[in-house]
Write a new protein. Structure first.
Length: 201
């Protein structure tokens, strides 16, 4: 398979890239690293990324996108737009544009997180964006053509990021990275569409 991974050099992205790279042709794209440069907040940049590919893809995986974490009383309107433009519309635009670069029966996998269902403090913006992506995936799956499937992987706090975020996720059980990787494999290799693959513990 020929697979494009946006954010393939991040904490989760590295593990997914390493696993899929064993038996597939994997191309990594990112804002500051990777074989192809892309800014997912900018539609022309997304279009340019896909135009650099020689052949059509079998799968697109996005493990990128940011949102502002801060107290609700502190979050400004502009702070909310960070998540809306990056993690939400960035992934929506990857689907809008990327579907034309997929082979028949290809797959698109987006990334969200546990905050959609179990938010913690300082995540009013991030939780909102994750929930919106869940709804988008369920809805757009009904309309994608040429057998294209779409799912989202929603992970809990991974063990590899536990030290950085443990003070926020009190009481949460860290998720083994291999379990998260399996979720992405399930989306890419499986036959289902419109699923939110939840890996919360």
């Amino acid at each position: 398979m020929k697979i494009l991974i946006i954010g393939g050099n991040g904490t989760i992205g590295k593990a997914v890239t390493a696993h899929l790279g064993k038996n597939n042709e994997v191309i990594v794209a990112g804002r500051s690293s990777g074989a192809i440069s892309v800014d997912i907040t900018d539609s022309p940049s997304i279009k340019n990324m896909f135009e650099q590919l020689v052949k059509k893809l079998d799968a697109i995986i996005c493990i990128a996108g940011e949102a502002k974490w801060d107290d609700f009383d502190t979050l400004s309107e502009e702070d909310y737009y960070i998540g809306l433009k990056s993690k939400l519309m960035g992934q929506v635009n990857l689907v809008r544009i990327g579907r034309d670069y997929l082979r028949e029966n290809g797959t698109i996998t987006l990334s969200t997180g546990i905050l959609a269902d179990h938010p913690v403090i300082k995540t009013a913006s991030a939780a909102m964006v994750n929930g919106a992506i869940h709804s988008f995936v369920k809805a757009v799956a009904l309309e994608l053509e040429n057998g294209i499937k779409i799912n989202a992987v929603s992970s809990g706090l991974v063990e590899d990021a536990y030290e950085k975020y443990k003070d926020y996720f009190v009481g949460h059980v860290p998720v083994p990275m291999q379990k998260v990787v399996t979720g992405y494999m399930e989306s890419v290799m499986g036959n289902e569409t419109g699923r939110i693959i939840k890996i919360y513990g």
